[in-house]
Design a protein around this ligand. Structure first.
Ligand code: FES
Length: 71
C-alpha cells in the first residue's frame, strides 16, 4: 500500500490513510475516524504529535512538499 505524506505550506505533515486505520501511540490504540492524520511540525501543538492549529498563531513558516512511500 502506498502511503502519501503531504507537507502543508506553513502547516502540518498530513498522512492520507483509510478511515478505520488503527494507530498505537505510547501503547494506547486508537482508531482513526478521519482519513487524514495531521502531525505537528512546528513544535507548538499542545496535543503532540498531532497538529492542533497552533502553527497559525505561531506564524510558522515552511514550504509545502509531498512524499510518497511504497514499502
Ligand atoms: S503544525 Fe499545526 S500545531 Fe504544529
Amino acid at each position: 500500500m502506498k502511503v502519501k505524506l503531504r507537507l502543508r505550506e506553513d502547516g502540518p505533515l498530513v498522512i492520507d490513510l483509510p478511515a478505520g486505520t488503527r494507530l498505537r501511540l505510547n501503547g494506547e490504540e486508537r482508531v482513526l475516524e478521519r482519513a487524514k492524520l495531521a502531525l505537528c511540525r512546528c513544535g507548538r501543538s499542545e496535543n503532540k504529535p498531532f497538529c492542533d492549529g497552533a502553527h497559525k498563531r505561531a506564524g510558522f513558516r515552511a514550504p509545502a512538499g509531498e512524499l510518497e512511500l511504497d514499502p
